[in-house]
Design a protein around this ligand. Structure first.
Ligand code: GLA
Length: 348
């Protein structure tokens, strides 16, 4: 294994952004940049051995800075939405930045994803990023230090390990917002990708994409991916939940079956297979519903609707306001620790 480091660009304030490339012996290359601890690209062979990048995003800092929809970025300290940008903890009410529709706090107003993280080469196949969020940022309390370590293994796994500690009680939820397209380019959308997911329930949302509080069975709905189904087959079904989100943009409650991936996605023409494993209770399946082709991405290709899908592993959205959801509260000094794996392979 080998890691190479190169210059990627300069931020408006002069800070340097670097590109880290890790390659294994199977033609898989993982590229990372320290802006947003971003998974910049993942090159993998298709069933004929042709190597392409299976992530959608930007090939310049300019793209990341001006047009991002969190492509490849790490999101924290609380990924996803918090209703009305407020919650109570320990009897105290917190008012956060309302960066979506002047109402919701989405992805903690982009703090972690917009930050330039420190980086170290942690091993011959691993890079570790760290960032400290000062007390009070976006309305959250406590100094919080987060680390994200990416490893590329010889068996073609991208292992993402998150750890974080805060010096005050707080809520935490870290994810990676990478958009995949197993075709290896954004020339075609992901509607033909076949998805299988071990999730018996999902979390319905309101018009602001905030959970209603219900945890609904997927059985008999367009949200049932227990048996494999293409992403596109039911995406335009007459289902209020799909209409509200213009497609899938929902948290699925994972069953975590021993020895099985939580989700498996296959693209029939390239033969590429992506398996996702996580120890977190949920995953946001987002099918790029709000992408509209107005932004130019990698290779000069417009990023159209459904150009990629995200599997954002997470605590359920708005958990700080939902006492019945798994708790995302961490005491002062208590460590947040979580691992998500994306494993790539091919199938004939
Ligand atoms: C963010 C979220 C997605 C989706 C989009 C909508 O990127 O992570 O789940 O809701 O916003 O634009």
């Amino acid at each position: 294994m080998a890691i190479s480091v190169s210059h990627y660009g300069f931020m408006p304030d002069g800070k340097e952004v670097k590109l880290y490339s890790i390659s294994n012996n199977n033609d898989v290359t993982l590229q990372l940049i320290n802006l947003g601890a971003t998974l910049q690209s993942l090159y993998t062979p298709d069933k004929y051995g042709r190597v392409n990048d299976i992530t959608i995003g930007f090939d310049s800092l300019y793209g990341h800075l001006n047009f991002t929809d969190y492509q490849g970025k790490v999101v924290g300290r609380y990924a996803n939405r918090i209703a009305n940008g407020s919650f109570s903890l320990g009897g105290k009410k917190y008012q956060l930045t309302q960066n979506e529709k002047d109402k919701t706090c989405l992805h903690s107003a982009g703090e972690f994803s917009d930050a330039v993280w420190d980086a170290i080469i942690a091993d011959d196949n691993a890079v570790e990023f760290s960032y400290t969020s000062p007390d009070g940022t976006s309305g959250f309390e406590g100094n919080l230090t987060a680390k994200v370590r990416y490893t590329l293994t010889e068996d073609n796994k991208v292992v993402i390990e998150y750890s974080a500690v805060c010096d005050k009680d707080t809520v935490m939820n870290f994810t990676n917002h990478v958009y995949f397209n197993l075709n290896g380019s954004a020339m075609s959308d992901v509607l033909d990708h076949e998805m299988q997911m071990n999730a018996s329930h999902y979390v319905p949302i309101d018009a602001d994409s905030i959970p209603t509080g219900e945890i609904r069975e997927v059985k008999g709905t367009a949200f049932d991916f227990n048996a494999p189904c293409t992403i596109g087959k039911r995406i335009y079904d007459n289902d209020e939940q799909l209409t509200l989100a213009r497609g899938y943009d929902h948290n699925f409650c994972l069953c975590h079956k021993e020895g099985e991936a939580d989700a498996t996605v296959k693209e029939p023409v390239s033969g590429r297979v992506l398996k996702m494993y996580t120890d977190l209770p949920g995953v946001q399946l987002y099918t790029g519903n709000f992408l509209d082709g107005s932004v130019i991405g990698k290779g000069g290709i417009p990023i159209v609707k459904h150009a990629g899908f995200c599997l954002e592993t997470q605590f359920y959205p708005d958990s700080p306001n939902q006492p019945d959801f798994p708790s995302c509260v961490f005491k002062a000094g208590e460590e947040f620790k979580s691992t998500t794996v994306f494993a790539v392979s091919v199938e004939e």
